[in-house]
Design a protein around this ligand. Structure first.
Ligand code: PLP
Length: 412
């Protein structure tokens, strides 16, 4: 035994990689179900009672009966071939462009999809444009690769394309070039907005002109809750050329699967696969999900989810209007899991979050989602996880918190 312990904080700092130094020792905590007797609007988690266990059981049985050998052995780093094929066929329909398995790499969720694309694209010092606010998990990944983040503000319709243009010009004047623009154009996290078609087209035009790649995070794209589906994805509008689309089964099947996929031109898919040495995503689980796609269970499930989340969103909006109308404003999202509440001037999001927490309702405070520190006073309400019958009570408690904070501030 050495005299001094080896794994001390100080010695670790000398040993760890530059990437580990950038990230420090803080561990990312994914949103988890909260077993305390609280009402949680905090995490972007799926509805629990509708998690499709019967469908998964059925598909598992079929896979073990029919593909036992392949399912229970190593697969390749592109991911299980039947799942790549099933995703390609399903995505060809959704995107309206012909795709084959060569356009697909299977990942351990969108989080890994973003990570693996960054690994293939980013060097320390590269510039990444992000919309602001955005999903903090992705920011964390960009920072871990040593990227410089340029935050571009949004408005009610999503990313401000005029400000993207301004940022690109400014960077060019400074002799810099953005390598990548990261956006969640559909049912954005945390804001809930969906970028209109004209903005999508204008954005692609700009990025083509400046030769900037696009990373489109589509974690919530299929969960549209209005009468109409959202506009075509940026991936689709670019003919599958300029954009890497990152997608996931987390929100449409289960976060616990840890399965997602990236769509990109085949040459880039190969570069991402070539970087992997984790033996690829689980051949077993991948085949189970492929079976759910083939037998139609996934599409039926997504359709059912739309009904469930539409009801929850209706309930939330009605309760917010009834109980919180005096203190907040918001735009009803067309899909996804989130409502973004703008607080009346003078109310602090952090303070409201704290007081709400004391009253047994958990919510997300807006400042958490801003890369540039230019936070606005907003709260993110995730309506997906909370049982529908608890939504009203949760909003009622939030209203009490708002009243209390307002009474303590200059607003009465
Ligand atoms: C916008 C966005 N991207 C990516 C992820 C990561 O999801 P996954 O579970 O697929 O890794 C999330 C999860 O909340 C998200 O909201």
């Amino acid at each position: 035994m050495p005299d001094t312990p080896f794994w001390t904080q100080d010695s670790l700092e000398q040993i760890v990689s530059a990437r580990s130094k950038i990230m420090g020792a803080g561990v990312w905590a994914a949103a988890r179900p909260d077993d305390r007797p609280v009402i949680s609007f905090a995490g972007g988690l799926p509805d629990v009672p509708s998690l499709p266990s019967e469908e998964l059981l059925r598909a598992t049985r079929t896979v073990l009966e029919q593909e036992r050998r392949e399912a229970l052995q190593y697969g390749g780093t592109f991911g299980p071939q039947p799942l790549r094929e099933a995703i390609a066929e399903r995505s060809s329909g959704i995107e309206g462009i012909p795709l084959t398995h060569e356009h697909v790499i299977v990942t351990a969720g969108a989080a890994q999809g973003i990570g693996i694309a960054c690994e293939a694209l980013l060097d320390p010092g590269d510039t990444v444009l992000v919309e602001s606010p955005t999903f903090p998990g992705s920011l964390r990944t960009f920072v871990s690769f040593g990227a410089k983040i340029e935050a571009v503000p949004m408005d009610d319709e999503g990313l401000r394309i005029d400000l993207v243009e301004e940022a690109l010009k400014r960077l060019a004047d400074e002799g810099r070039r953005a390598k990548l623009l990261y956006t969640i154009p559909t049912h954005q996290n945390p804001v809930g907005s969906t970028l209109p078609l004209e903005r999508r087209e204008k954005l692609l035009e700009l990025l083509r002109e400046h030769r900037v790649l696009l990373m489109e995070d589509d974690a919530y794209g299929e969960l549209w809750l209005g009468d109409e589906p959202p506009p075509p994805s940026l991936f689709s509008l670019s003919g599958g050329e300029l954009a890497i689309k990152v997608a996931s089964f987390s929100k449409i099947i289960a976060t616990g699967l840890r399965l997602g996929w990236n769509l990109a031109p085949p040459a880039f898919i190969t570069r991402m696969a070539a970087l992997r040495y984790d033996m690829g995503s689980s051949p077993y689980l991948g085949r189970v999900v492929a079976e759910m796609i083939r037998n139609g269970d996934l599409d039926r499930h997504v359709e059912r989810l739309r009904g469930i989340y539409r009801r929850k969103l209706d309930r939330l909006c009605a309760a917010v209007e009834e109980h919180c109308g005096e203190y907040v404003s918001y735009l009803r999202p067309e899909g996804g899991f989130f409502v973004w509440l703008a607080l009346r001037p003078g109310l602090s999001a952090i303070e409201v979050q704290r007081v709400a927490n004391e009253k047994g309702v958990l919510i997300g405070a807006g400042p958490h989602f801003f890369a540039d520190g230019n936070a606005t006073q907003h709260l993110r309400i995730a309506f997906s996880y909370t049982p529908v019958e608890e939504i009203e009570e949760g909003v009622h408690r939030l209203a009490e918190a708002l009243r209390e904070v307002a009474a303590g501030s200059s607003i009465k």
